[in-house]
Design a protein. Structure first.
Length: 320
């Protein structure tokens, strides 16, 4: 890795700060004014209310007894208020006797989603930088190929990828055994990379050329430019895609069923939620409690990174 002298590094950091704090382009200012107008605010409040009502109904139902849920809708709780914690106790403590409680599946989901979000972000950010600022033969053709992979249906790749994992052996030793976290991490990473590279490339390629050239004049190599300049400036875009990837993996059931083998040791919380309804679908009073518990982590991630999410949506996509 090339080192940057102290005075040169300070100059590069100053340029980077100027880029971050530079005035917004005219088109960006116009879009921001429209999004903060009274009409846009009223529309946002209406949409948020419509999206919140089902969530509020789920919350109310999760605290209602089984008989009340089956006899009346959640909106009648004001006239016939009944409160119980039995749904949550049933879901968290025991569930079915043949399966672990919801807490084990909750931990499984965290063990799946955290690496499956970090791995594609790391690989995609490096690939996006090379596609945006690297110089090598066939770069445009390769980028078009990566972009085209987005149109390949995920379902078409499930069985071939699973077969590859099963047949990946050294002698009799299977490198990726069935029912392991490794299969899920690699599968989610592969499925996320085309979109991640495309989105991050669009953002990174909009970084002013003067910043990159100043770092190169100071003696910085690709590694130094990537870690000291590209990553700090790309935090909004990385956080934005990180939110999407986290939510997608957390809510995924299809990929988890295929690559986890359906075993309770690896299965995510979405599989347990599908089982909570019972064989005839008559136990959905437990499903309301389980579904609300499963929403805690995604909501925390979204609200914790929402400021980066908004900046990532506006930055890089507006010019003028």
């Amino acid at each position: 890795m090339s080192a940057i002298p102290a005075d040169s590094a300070a100059a590069t950091a100053t340029i980077t700060e100027e880029v971050v704090e530079a005035p917004l382009p005219p088109l960006t200012r116009r879009v921001k004014q429209r999004l903060t107008s009274r009409g846009a605010t009223a529309a946002a409040i209406i949409i948020a209310t419509l999206w919140t009502i089902p969530t509020f109904g789920l919350l109310v139902s999760s605290f209602r007894p089984k008989d009340s849920i089956q006899d009346s809708g959640w909106w009648t709780f004001l006239g016939d208020f009944q409160f119980t914690l039995e749904n949550y106790a049933d879901v968290l403590a025991s569930g079915r006797s043949s399966s672990p409680n919801l807490g084990q599946y909750f931990i499984n989901s965290l063990a799946i989603v955290i690496p499956a979000t970090i791995f594609p972000l790391v690989i995609a950010s490096m690939a996006a930088y090379i596609f945006a600022w690297g110089r090598f033969r066939g770069k445009d053709t390769l980028f078009i190929f990566v972009f085209a992979l987005q149109i390949v249906p995920l379902q078409m790749a499930l069985i071939p990828l699973l077969s590859l994992f099963i047949n990946l052996k050294i002698g009799e030793f299977q490198l990726l055994p069935s029912g392991s976290y490794a299969q899920l991490w690699i599968a989610h990473t592969i499925f996320a990379l085309p979109l991640a590279i495309f989105l991050l490339h669009n953002f990174i390629s909009e970084i002013p050329n003067e910043v990159i050239e100043a770092a190169r004049v100071d003696g910085a190599g690709h590694a130094t430019i990537f870690w000291r300049i590209i990553l700090p400036l790309s935090v909004p875009a990385i956080a934005s895609f990180g939110i999407f990837q986290f939510l997608w993996v957390w809510n995924d059931l299809l990929v988890a069923l295929v690559f986890s083998g359906g075993t309770a040791d690896v299965a995510p919380i979405t599989q347990r939620l599908a089982e909570l309804t019972g064989t005839r679908g008559n136990e959905w009073h437990r499903l309301t409690a389980g579904a609300f518990i499963s929403m805690i982590i995604p909501l925390a991630v979204f609200f914790g990174l929402q400021r980066y999410f908004v900046r990532g949506l506006l930055a890089g996509g507006l010019k003028g």
